[in-house]
Design a protein around this ligand. Structure first.
Ligand SMILES: Nc1ncnc2c1ncn2[C@@H]1O[C@H](COP(=O)(O)OP(=O)(O)OP(=O)(O)O)[C@@H](O)[C@H]1O
Length: 273
């Protein structure tokens, strides 16, 4: 029996009535949300729904204004976030923008082990270099190790940043719109890689943010649909991703098809309504 207010040690993430306000605006919440080990979540919602804000709390980058956020058995506001953050892998557009163009891919990945951006020391342990190579291989980017970040395509950058976020062997992996800006081939390639990661029992718990149901990799298990900071639906994927819930989240009539574990959505034409 876990006392109220105490983190449940069996959960990776536990949000109780989490609320995030900036000025008069409520960006998130109140939201209750639980992520257990082995689960692969997608967080879906329209622009401005609060997805990135929610993820930044999950990354221990922001504290909730109200409610309680427990991460990996620790409670935000009652723990040293500098010890918590290395246990959480994060790949986001904000991080991508901070990477210097001249940074080598191998250094960018290996430096994650030291929670720094940019290679700040000359010598990393060989074991770190080996792991960096393994992580790059795991996302199909092993051949890019000697390139500089600035020379990579958008799709290659996304894969390298995911390799970096896996470097510390995190318990929770947070991916903020990893397929944004990718062309069709790049998206499909990334979705396939993420499906492989999702199927890997040794992989951490995963939370992936997207606007598009087409980007949900097969093997993902749960979904949280957000609208105006609140959960429209959450739970096992097939129960949460429905035409009805998507219509509510995106505030328009949506029709949905599912083929071989992939979802496809479009707006209903007027004669379908
Ligand atoms: N510091 C801030 N002060 C006030 N409002 C903010 C602040 N940061 C974000 N917002 C607003 O909060 C809302 C949620 O933003 P957030 O980036 O979390 O949404 P999102 O679902 O990730 O959006 P998108 O899909 O467009 O990236 C938006 O309306 C945004 O303008």
């Amino acid at each position: 029996m876990v006392a109220v207010g105490e983190p449940n040690p069996d959960l990776l993430l536990e949000f109780d009535d989490v609320l995030l306000r900036r000025g008069r605006n409520t960006l998130v919440g109140p939201v209750d949300w639980r992520v257990a080990p082995g689960e692969r979540w997608v967080v879906l919602g329209p622009n401005g729904a609060g997805k990135t804000s929610l993820l930044r709390i999950a990354a221990a980058e922001l504290h909730p204004t109200a409610g309680e956020a427990h991460l990996l058995g620790e409670t935000l506001g009652h723990t040293d976030v500098s010890e918590l953050r290395p246990r959480i892998g994060l790949s986001s557009a904000a991080l991508a923008l901070r990477v210097p163009g001249e940074e080598s891919v191998a250094d960018l990945v290996v430096s994650a082990a030291y929670a720094v951006l940019g290679r700040w020391r000359e010598d990393y342990d060989e074991i770190d270099h080996e792991r960096a190579r393994e992580m790059l291989d795991a996302v199909g980017a092993g051949h890019l190790a000697d390139r500089t970040y600035g020379t990579l395509s958008e799709g290659e950058r996304k894969r390298v940043l995911i390799a970096r976020s896996l470097m510390t062997d995190p318990e929770l992996l947070l991916l903020d719109e990893p397929a944004a800006g990718l062309d069709l081939g790049g998206r499909e390639d990334l979705v396939a890689r993420l499906a492989e990661l999702a199927a890997d029992d040794a992989a951490p718990g995963i939370v992936l943010i997207t606007h598009h149901v087409e980007e949900i990799p097969p093997g993902f298990t749960h979904a949280l649909l957000l609208r105006e900071g609140r959960a429209v639906a959450q739970g096992p994927l097939e129960q949460a991703i429905t035409a009805e819930n998507l219509s509510e989240a995106f505030h328009q009539p949506i029709s949905l098809t599912v083929e071989h574990g992939r979802f496809f959505a479009r707006r209903k034409s007027s004669h379908q309504r």
